[in-house]
Write a protein that binds this ligand. Structure first.
Ligand SMILES: [Zn+2]
Length: 67
């Protein structure tokens, strides 16, 4: 079962103390831009939001994964 309390905002891997075991991303250092959805937001009951992967003018792309 997916661990909603301990997942990496960048790769959705498992974290320990907020740091990803797979990619080393530190969730505690991530600052959500004011116009982005916050990590751990669930859309339509099945898409989990992580950190933004990149931003182009007027458009944000975030990681989503089916739950
Ligand atoms: Zn990661």
């Amino acid at each position: 079962m997916f661990d909603f309390d301990n997942f990496c905002f960048r790769c959705m891997g498992k974290t320990e103390n907020g740091v990803c075991k797979s990619c080393g991303f530190n969730n505690g250092e991530y600052e959500t831009p004011p116009h982005h959805l916050k990590p751990k937001t669930i859309l339509n009951g099945k898409y989990l939001i992580g950190a933004a992967m990149g931003v182009s003018i007027g458009d944000a792309k975030s990681i989503c994964r089916r739950s």
